[in-house]
Write a protein that binds this ligand. Sequence first.
Ligand code: SAM
Length: 326
Amino acid sequence: MRDQFGRQINYLRISVTDKCNLRCTYCLPTDGLEWIPKPEMLSFEEITEIVRQMAGAGLTRVRLTGGEPLVRRDLPVLADMLASVPGILDVSLSTNAVLLPQYAADLRRAGIQRINVSLDTLRRDRFTEITYRPGRFFDATLEGLAAAEETGFRPIKINTVMMRGINDDEFADFAQLTRSRPWHVRFIELMPVGRNLHLADRFIPASEMLRRLESLGGLKAVEGPIGNGPARYFQYKNAAGTVGVITPLSHNYCDRCNRMRLTADGRLRTCLFGSHEVDLKTPLRAHGEVLGVVRAALDAKQERHWLQLGTAAGSGGLSALSQVGG
Ligand code: SAM
């Protein structure tokens, strides 16, 4: 599958639910959003059929995301179904890890190889401030990370949204974590969407993040772990893991984009941002075929996103990334 600019598209991020067990300040508003009604949600069979058709045209990698994917019942069953699709080489998961102690072994058996864990703070009290959940959720997250490591997921990447005055005094602590653990901590720039614009002054550009990481001493650029993403990686001397930055705002990497996104109710987004969704559920339920619609959507995939700090104008009407899966 190629888009109109010749970019090869081989990666699909699948949001399996818009619901989450956390309420991270910058992501899901504390009063929630209008949830997708159950009949509108794609079933496991429908998701697998979409992936099967895309795999026939060149899709090789999928990632399960959300909302929080592990709040969707029986997620390992879906992982197993997707890993069994001919042509799919890699099934991965993005999770907040709260439910990982329960599911890690089943997910691994189902064929998931790689896990990304979102964790914005290493401090229990601050976790509550950011996620609006009690400290036991923080404990569960750390247990989830340990379970991921024990169960043999490799590589383990941690996604950290760094925000000025909220958690940006923790660069040294996260750096220290990569010295002792073989984990890859990626610092992500805060992306402005409809419901988090009040946080615009919390934005920290990756250039500043890197300066602050470098000031800790002994940092050098490295290749980084395998993956499909746009992160740039660095390593401290003798560290077991790496640190990285992901720069959706300050350094647009759209020219290397290889991805599409599927929402839990069957809308295909060929860019995280912008107003260009197409409905796959209706043709799928009507006559079982989606590839024509997918190809037409890729022919119209925009060259780049137009996200801008302090305004939701470029976000394509998104209220929160929980609606798409990040
Ligand atoms: N619940 C799963 C998780 O925690 O990884 C998957 C969904 S979550 C929406 C995916 C990622 O998007 C998380 O790492 C989260 O921190 C990130 N994210 C959400 N809103 C964001 C924003 N406005 N700017 C930057 N990253 C954001």
